[in-house]
Each structure stands twice: as C-alpha cells, then as structure tokens.
Design a binder for this molecule. Structure first.
Ligand code: NDP
Length: 331
C-alpha cells in the first residue's frame, strides 16, 4: 500500500511509519502545514513533501490516507480524502463534534471507501486476552469497570494538547475517547449517560488536564474513568468486576505491548498471558484487510464517532455539572 500521510506529527513519525513499513507499505506523500517540516519528515521516511493536500490526493498510486494532524483538521482533511476516493485511517478524536463525525461516516459509506479510527488499545494482546475472558464468562455478569488512565504528558507533547482548545486540546479529547472505545470494545455496549468533573492540575492552560467521570451502561454496569496529563507515577490500568470474578490489569492503557493481567475468582488468582504484537502494526493490518474487502477495521468510523460521543458527553457533564445523556447522532 502506498500511503499519503497528512500531518508531520509525532505519532506518524514513530509508531505509524513503523507500522506501515512492517505491513510492507511505503510513504508516498507527507502533507504538512510547513514545507520545511514535510521535507524533514520525507528525508527520514521517504515520499514527496508538500503543503498541498490536493497534490497527494490526486496521485492515483496512493491507496490510503493516514490523518494525524491536530484534531480540528481531521474533519476537513478526511472529507477531502474520502471525496478523492481514498481509504482513510483517521486519528482520534475523529472530529471536533459528533455531527462532524457523522458526516464523515456517511460520506465514506456513500463513496464506498474504508474509513477507520486509530484506536490502538483494542489491538493490544492484553486487551484481546481480557475480552476473551469476559466473553467466555469467566467473571460472570459485569458489575463495574474502573479505568485508570492518568499519565504524565511528555514534555515533547506539551503543546496544543494543553493550551489550544481550538485545536481540540484537553485530556477529554485526548484520552477519554480511548477509554470510551476500550470499554465499548470489552462490554459490547454503549454508555447511556455520564456524570463528570474536570480540573486543571498543573499543565492545562485554558483546557482541562484531568477528568473523572462515571458512566452508566445499558446492562446496569457502572464505569469509572480517570484521565490526566499530570500523574507521573500513577501507572495505568483497567479492572473489570463481575459476579464470578475480577480481572485486574496493570500498565495496559499504553501504546506498547506490555502489562500484567490477573484473573481473581473463588478458585484463586491466575496470571493471564497475552501476545506481545505491536498495537499499531496489528491495527494497520486489520485496516489493510478491510481495504482488500476482507473483514472490518479494528475500529471503524462508527466506533470513532461513538468514542467521541462519550467524550463530548463527559465534557458537557463536567461543564454543566449535570448528568448527561450520550448522543450518538442516530448511530
Ligand atoms: P503532534 O503535536 O506531534 O503533531 C500534530 C501536528 O502538529 C502535526 O500534524 C504538525 O502539523 C504539527 N507539528 C508537529 N511538530 C511541530 C513543530 N515542531 N512545530 C509546529 N508544529 C508542529 O501530535 P501527535 O502526534 O501527538 O498527535 C497527532 C494526532 O494523533 C492527534 O489527533 C492525536 O489525538 C493523535 N494521537 C493518537 C494516538 C493513538 O494512539 N491513536 C497517540 C498519539 C496521538 P502539520 O500537520 O502542519 O505537519
């Protein structure tokens, strides 16, 4: 697959170029707002450098577009790529609003192109092992989920994320969307309503850098989610508590194939092993299979819309102090 990368971003520069190569693909174009940044990127990874997205989209040898610009650009860039008939892998959050995401999903369906969201956690061996335990009924009916996703934002990323609401900054747009997708992946149901509080705890300049929320699920399960940019030593984790047991997973809300999983039941404690494949390579592989007409992406456009809808509800709940219904724009 020959790719056009839109956004000379940190994630494109590292994990995603690595995943493209691992799947046998090449960088055809790198599109940036800065010609110098595009050239610098192309010097490292190959491809033609441009500031004009239309040039890359007009190239008939480009089959797929990966969008990893700042969040406010995802909508117009994805719409242009879809209109050009390219398969699109878009970063989360898909857009600034759920309505925009709905337009993207419908446009891709009308055009008949693959449209996917780069939610990497459902590609982790750890999360697939957890889901297998849940699906096999090993912990019975799920009563509650606790998501610990409070990290310290590396200095290199302390730019628009902590200072630019107009670019989609803030921890809710950045991390709550991942937690929403991960919980949806495991439970197979969509949050109905949320309560939330957000705050600034050391890094945010005009945006929240920490958030706690509680979501109610159709099954009656309760979900507690904690996201932050300011917690240097907390580590991450996810816990599922059911009528027959609990799954305790540490260090699994991460970009790397690491962590520990423990199943606790009346029979005792059991360490659960899992595959250590690269998350982004796995996700890209599923995307390429979907483009080839085999199966679906790990997370499709509707998954991206729904994770954004949960984040939007959390933001609204934190702003108003009110219990807020999650609105999925008809999806
Ligand atoms: P970066 O801040 O590294 O890059 C975002 C944009 O900032 C780039 O597209 C680029 O704009 C611009 N930029 C990059 N470096 C500079 C610089 N030195 N000076 C000025 N501008 C610069 O963001 P991330 O890579 O962390 O995130 C990009 C997207 O990917 C976001 O939507 C984020 O949510 C998502 N993401 C997803 C992850 C996942 O696991 N799914 C993990 C990390 C991020 P230009 O487009 O003009 O080149």
């Amino acid at each position: 697959m020959r790719w056009a990368l839109i956004g000379a971003s940190t994630i494109a520069d590292g994990p995603m170029v690595g995943a493209i190569r691992a799947q046998g693909g090449t960088v055809g174009w790198i599109v940036s707002g800065s010609q110098a940044r595009a050239q610098d990127f192309a010097a490292r990874h190959g491809g033609q450098a441009t500031t004009e997205m239309d040039r890359a989209l007009a190239d008939p040898t480009v089959g797929a577009v990966y969008i990893s610009s700042t969040n406010e650009k995802h909508f117009p860039q994805a719409m242009a790529a879809i209109a050009a008939g390219k398969a699109v892998l878009c970063e989360k959050p898909l857009a600034m609003t759920v309505d925009q995401a709905a337009i993207m999903v419908r446009a891709a369906a009308d055009k008949g192109v693959t449209f996917a969201t780069n939610h990497h956690l459902r590609c982790a061996g750890s999360h697939r092992a957890i889901k297998a335990l849940i699906d096999a009924g090993r912990i019975g009916r799920i009563l509650s989920v606790r998501v610990h996703h409070a990290v310290f934002l590396p200095p290199v990323l302390q730019g628009w994320r902590i200072s630019a609401p107009e670019a989609g900054g803030g921890v809710i747009a950045d991390i709550t969307v991942h937690d929403a997708d991960t919980v949806r992946f495991h439970l197979g149901e969509d949050p109905v309503a949320v309560v939330a509080q957000a705050t600034v705890s050391g890094l945010g300049q005009g945006v929240e850098d920490s958030c706690m929320s509680v979501w109610s699920m159709p099954s009656g399960a309760q979900v507690f989610a904690h996201e932050s940019f300011t917690h240097a030593h907390a580590g991450t984790g996810i816990e599922f508590h059911g009528t027959e047991g609990s799954i305790l997973a540490r260090n699994v809300m991460t970009q790397r194939p690491v962590g520990e999983i423990e199943l606790v039941t009346s029979r005792g404690r059991e360490a659960i092993g899992f595959a250590a494949a690269d998350l982004y390579t796995t996700g890209l592989g599923a995307f390429l299979e979907a483009v080839a007409g085999r199966g679906r992406p790990a997370a499709d456009g509707v998954d991206g819309l729904k994770s954004l809808a949960v984040a939007a509800a959390v933001r609204q709940a934190a702003t108003t102090g009110l219990r807020t219904q999650v609105a999925y724009a008809g999806f």
